[in-house]
Design a protein around this ligand. Structure first.
Ligand SMILES: [Zn+2]
Length: 406
């Protein structure tokens, strides 16, 4: 029987020691029996998933984690999300992230528009498409505040290029919007759409209802993360393994889809703290039966970090441990050869409420991996003697290699 592989990604779980956790990191403060079982029976090490020239975020970091060198394959965030949403891009097309967000007093008040639901967001995006859509400009609804704009280019048109600069709104919370508008080729088009969206959003019934309910309105769109389609060789071609991705986040699903993995949906997964952890764990266990490698990604620790909520971060990681890692680890014992990898994509710091480029701690256990006797946290990873992958994408090949002993 072929070997089985499991990857669990607690998004943004890696952190610094924090005073509200008694000087511990969230991973240290959390009670993690299953992850500690993996670490103790296996290795704990570190990876740098975000090369210097990139912003630390799940797009670049997930490519690394799945074994793809971002220097070769990263073309932008939105093309990954477009893939997850089932939109294909032609050679002259560009995908652009369209956040529904809240701008208050000219400032980037909330990049999530109060975590607007997909059900509320969809009619807003449809209204934008009806009023601002053109043959070459398409608005598409996504998940929650994460929606999509596609620009269909003419051959050789080059409306945007790699000098087009856009700023992620989550990296500049509370800052003046005017200081972070798009610059360079195509910026005029993006700024024009952002301006013309405002009156449509202001008068939209969904927003009126949100204001009445005391919630943040989606009173602005923010266009960023543009890129053309990447050309990634399928994972199965590279490694001979059939993969599946379980994630509520289009960005992460998109990397899986572009790697040729099956995208498995869990209807009760939300991409937020209230996600259905147990359903994701069950789906992962099922998926192992007809896939060689199964990846379960959970966004909740990242969201808790962006909100600066230490307790919520600890709780999210504990839920992942209990409802996802534990059942998957039990299931793997039924197979002769297996490995499990637990690794955040990137760090998200409670201190700054933002992503960080610091290396992340990972742990691997299974066939052939020697026991470290350690717990799973940043300190073990630094001091435990497990390898450090300065090029994070090189971890995947080692993880898959059953002869690798660390
Ligand atoms: Zn994040």
């Amino acid at each position: 029987m072929a070997a089985k592989y499991v990857i669990v990604i607690p998004d943004g779980a890696a952190d610094e020691p924090h005073e509200s956790l008694g000087g511990k990191t969230a991973l240290q403060a959390a009670n993690l029996p299953a992850m500690d079982r993996v670490a103790s029976a296996g290795l704990v090490g570190r990876s740098r998933n975000v090369p210097d020239r990139f912003l630390p975020a799940s797009d670049v970091a997930t490519l690394s984690l799945f074994g793809y060198d971002p220097e070769r394959y990263y073309t932008g965030r939105a093309p990954l999300e477009a893939a997850a949403m089932g939109h294909s891009l032609g050679p002259d097309d560009w995908a652009i992230r369209c956040n529904l967000m809240t701008i208050r007093d000219g400032r980037l008040a909330d990049f999530t528009a109060g975590h607007i639901t997909s059900e509320e967001g969809a009619p807003i995006i449809q209204a934008l498409q009806a009023e601002l859509g053109r043959p070459n400009v398409e608005f598409h609804p996504g998940v929650s505040y994460r929606n999509l704009l596609i620009y269909r280019g003419q051959p050789g048109e080059a409306r945007f290029n790699d000098q087009t600069i856009t700023d992620p709104p989550h990296d500049h919370p509370g800052q003046p919007a005017a200081e972070h508008l798009p610059r360079g080729a195509g910026a005029d088009l993006l700024i024009d759409l952002m301006e013309r969206a405002k009156p449509i959003l202001e008068n939209h019934p969904v927003n009126r209802a949100r204001i009445e309910a005391g919630k943040s309105p989606a009173n602005a769109i923010w266009l960023w993360g543009q890129g053309e389609a990447p050309h990634m060789p399928p994972f199965q071609e590279l490694h001979g393994l059939r993969g599946a991705i379980i994630s509520a986040v289009d960005l992460v699903r998109g990397v899986g889809v572009l790697a040729g993995w099956d995208r498995l949906d869990v209807p009760t997964a939300t991409g937020y703290l209230d996600t259905d952890y147990a359903a994701k764990g069950r789906r992962g266990v099922e998926a192992l039966r007809d896939h060689d490698i199964v990846c379960v990604h959970v966004e909740a620790p990242d969201e808790a970090s962006h909100e600066g909520r230490a307790d919520a971060k600890v709780e999210a990681i504990e839920r992942i441990d209990r409802d996802i890692v534990a059942p998957l680890l039990d299931e793997l014992q039924k197979y002769d050869q297996w490995r499990i990898l637990i690794s955040p994509d990137h760090s998200t710091l409670l201190r700054t409420k933002a992503h960080d480029r610091a290396p992340v701690a990972w742990t691997i256990a299974g066939t052939g991996v020697p026991a470290s006797g350690l717990a799973y946290d940043e300190q073990s990873a630094r001091e435990g003697g497990g390898p450090f992958f300065d090029r994070g994408y090189q971890l995947m090949e080692k993880f898959l290699d059953l002869d690798w002993r660390g």
